[in-house]
Design a protein around this ligand. Sequence first.
Ligand code: FES
Length: 278
Amino acid sequence: MSIETSRTHKTSYDAETHARLTADSDVIVARYPRARSALLPMLHLVQSEDGYVSPRGIAFCAAHLGLSTAEVSAVATFYTQYKRHPNGTYTVGVCTNTLCAIMGGDAIWEDLSDHLGVGHDETTDDGVITLERVECNAACDYAPVVMVNWEFFDNQTPDSARQIADDLTAGKAVVPTRGADSVCSFKEMSRVLAGFGDGRADEGIGAGVPTLRGVELARAEGWTAPEFPGATASAGAGATVPVVGGEQSSAERPATTPADVSPAAEQKKQSTDDAKES
Ligand code: FES
């Protein structure tokens, strides 16, 4: 079920909120050579204000970046991290991608969905938890993994995941098994994703014993990665750099358009593209 029906969509921000979002947006836009490149973090910014990418948030982004609301909506609907209806305070994501699924992720999902009475991308009646099936979180070494607002809860079981959900519902603090020492709210997390750090990025460990097992084994056995075929340049001992035009080089594409040649030409091409779109 959804809590969307209990809320109304506001069409604009009050003056104080608008001024605050404008100041934050100016900071974000300044990071990019072109304003429109700031759209992704700005969508997180309005999500940090409204708990989802609201109609007024879309209108704000469009006005601030000189885009149409259709262009902003097209981006917001493409990525699953942008919510099109009010999200719960916590997104509880159960990884049901291949490895987690066979290690117990599917069982966790079934149990948690039954326990909370909601399905994928649905929010509990109290507005606390939005449940999601999530794709691989690059934490397969700790499968099965549950994420709460993108903080790791490793090696979960149906019982442990249910306990996390019950604690969140009861307003109790839950502690991730790796990374930050605590879980923030969905709105707070969205502000971090907009590029405004909350000082927790360096808390805890990221790569644990299972994560580092491969590299430690390689060092102990003296294993090294093979050279790239065709690589001729070296950036230091054991390192290779791509060679333009070489096999497997990401820089292999030669300059074939005016935009490849100079920043001025690239800017001119962008202006032309913008004019065609308007
Ligand atoms: S499959 Fe779940 S973290 Fe990779």
